[in-house]
Design a protein around this ligand. Structure first.
Ligand SMILES: [Zn+2]
Ligand SMILES: [Zn+2]
Length: 231
């Protein structure tokens, strides 16, 4: 046996189940958890977003400013407030499958595997919160995937759902924005804070911006988003 095998840890890839060995890193040696629990082959199917080559406001790949953000900037509320969303990965067919597995099939360990990567995108000293599920979603899944994604950062509940907003995917952009405006209620704790909202996918930004707006209206000093994907 070689020294390098002795210094390797055997892991099961959370996606394909294959065993793989990960070279013992200093982080692992010091008792910190490894970055992710995907084998190299599965990890290579993820497409990390190159921030230098993406919308500066929402991380949409390939645009200097995307159409969605241009539309948001016309809203008087957002034209004079700071809001950026850091999205870690492109919403490619592989990530779509991964999110579907943890979101709809209840694989909580898979969502947790990303929480270290989410944590690295958050500035220390920020208060972290997650988008609450509507009751329907919570009942169907039994867990909140956004809270699991934020897990390593010990998210604080600052928002709750005010009404069942139904399934978002079947609506137009305007309908989604209108519905999103009314879907949250604020909980105490936002005043004077730098807040990061964690969610799984940024699509038009309607959900996360309505949450951010409520936090700003209730005294937050600054609000930004971190999502696993930018659709
Ligand atoms: Zn794998
Ligand atoms: Zn954008």
């Amino acid at each position: 046996m070689k020294v390098r095998d002795l210094l390797a840890e055997t892991e099961h890839c959370l996606w394909c189940g294959e065993t793989y060995s990960e070279p013992m890193s200093w982080a692992a040696f010091l008792g910190e958890s490894p970055l992710g629990r995907f084998c190299e082959r599965c990890d290579s199917k993820l497409a990390p977003i190159d921030f230098g080559n993406a919308c500066r406001t929402c991380s949409k790949p390939e645009f200097s400013q995307c159409d969605d953000c241009a539309a948001w900037n016309e809203d008087p509320f957002w034209s004079c407030r700071e809001f950026t969303n850091r999205a870690l990965y492109e919403y490619n067919p592989f990530l779509k499958e991964v999110i579907a597995r943890f979101k709809y099939r209840g694989d909580a360990a898979l969502a947790e595997a990303f929480s270290e990567r989410i944590a690295r995108a958050v500035h220390p000293g920020s208060i972290v919160t997650s988008i609450p599920l509507n009751d329907e979603g919570h009942y169907e899944r039994g867990f909140n995937q956004a809270t699991l994604l934020a897990g390593r950062l010990k998210p604080v509940p600052l928002l709750e759902r005010s009404l069942s907003s139904g399934k978002q995917s079947k609506r137009s952009r305007e309908e989604r924005i209108a519905a999103a405006e009314e879907q949250f209620r604020i909980l105490p704790g936002a005043v004077g804070k730098t807040i990061v909202i964690v969610d799984d996918i940024y699509t038009t930004g309607a959900t996360i911006r309505s949450a951010a707006r409520l936090l700003y209206e209730n005294g937050a000093k600054s609000v930004m988003g971190v999502t696993l994907a930018r659709a």
